[in-house]
Design a protein around this ligand. Structure first.
Ligand code: SAM
Length: 272
């Protein structure tokens, strides 16, 4: 396992909220992975991920995508980077290399170039996301593809003020206040990738159905639980409203749209 620079841990993700040392944080990440991994793998394989590719997974979390790239897509290697690699180190795999580093640092450079650079649910948490897009695009080999996914919320802002929507609104505000999370720009991903010099840029949005007991439903309940202090600190909702929203997600009357995932991609052009 590598360790880079002195910046690991400087990012505010994982400090006040979503601390990896808090029991169950890997399970919360895995509920998101269970929801989205098939969609992510489908897209990565459609973009050509396969034998011979060297891949970089930024903010790799518990490593579910990194492992599936090796085991299913049979890529040559994956370098999995995270500000805290404890979940990745727990399950080693041939071809999976680990680097503990702050991928948001201006000097982040693992020193190699990749056919695939992937980051899911990471840049939304990095206030310096513009520079990160540019730097990640700079890590591509010629013809390589940058694939970035983040949360997209299509409804919360305009939804009627029921407990579920109010808690979602307070969650985004609370995460913004504590971590600097911002999902307001993600619909502009295609433009940002084009501005980073990439070509063949495109994007898609996938929204998982909010069925009671489903992984995405449990993911939101777990996320609200972990972010509860910052949610309540917004003053927008109190504990009783959060409890009401949790009950609603588990009830047969639940009828709401979950935030989904935008995935955008673009290729580094071949030099003339
Ligand atoms: C919401 S989780 C997503 C995990 C994984 N990409 C997935 O989709 O299952 C965000 C991950 O990014 C990592 N992370 C956050 N800020 C980071 C930074 N500045 N540098 C490296 N990793 C970071 C966190 O430690 C966490 O593992």
């Amino acid at each position: 396992m590598g360790r880079m620079g002195t910046d690991a841990g400087r990012g505010r993700y994982g400090e006040a909220v979503f601390r990896p040392e808090q029991a169950g944080e890997d399970e919360r990440i895995d509920l998101g992975a269970l929801t989205y991994d098939d969609m992510t793998m489908e897209r990565l394989r459609a973009l050509g991920a396969g034998p011979g590719w060297n891949c970089l997974d930024v903010g790799a979390g518990t490593g579910t995508v990194a492992r599936r790239l090796i085991e299913e897509a049979e890529v040559a290697s994956v370098l999995a980077v995270d500000r805290d690699v404890r979940f990745l180190a727990a399950r080693p795999l041939p071809g999976l290399d680990l680097l503990e580093a702050d991928a948001g640092a201006p000097d982040f450079d693992p020193g190699r170039r990749f056919q695939l650079v992937h980051a899911r649910f990471v840049l939304m948490h990095l206030p310096a996301w513009r520079g990160v897009i540019t730097r990640l695009a700079g890590l591509l080999a010629e013809g390589g593809v940058l694939v970035l996914s983040d949360a997209v919320d299509l409804t919360t802002r305009t939804a009627p003020p029921d407990a579920y929507s109010r808690v979602m609104q307070a969650m985004w505000q609370g995460l913004r206040d504590t971590i600097g999370t911002d999902v307001s720009w993600v619909a502009d991903y295609p433009r940002h990738l084009r501005d980073a010099g990439l070509v063949s840029v495109a994007a898609e949005i996938r929204v998982p159905p909010l069925v009671p007991g489903s992984p995405i439903s449990r993911f939101w309940i777990g996320t609200w639980d972990r972010a509860r202090e910052s949610i309540v600190a917004t003053g927008l909702v109190d504990d009783a409203v959060i409890e009401e929203a949790v009950s609603y997600l588990g009830s047969p009357g639940c009828a709401a749209l979950s935030p989904g995932m935008i995935t955008a991609w673009g290729r580094r052009p071949l030099s003339a």
